[in-house]
Design a protein around this ligand. Sequence first.
Ligand SMILES: [Zn+2]
Length: 88
Amino acid sequence: MARVTCRCGRVLWNGRIPNDIEFTVFSDARICEIEDHPPDFCSDPLYFLSDLLERADYEVWRCPACKRLYMFENGAEQVRYVYKLEEA
Ligand SMILES: [Zn+2]
């Protein structure tokens, strides 16, 4: 569990499970590499396995108020990158 104050002032906390702040993100290439599957197999989204969550490279949280993303390196408790939403 951790608590982060977003730059908008909102306090983010992942102590309630499930929550809508904490996200786990994998690239397709990374999942395929971890599972050691051929590329054709990896094009099927149904092969996702929950134990992959523990091997993610990054953990990403999204502030529901301002939509900034906070990226943590896997296992770290300090924010590594902050992404501010920009309108396209
Ligand atoms: Zn915010």
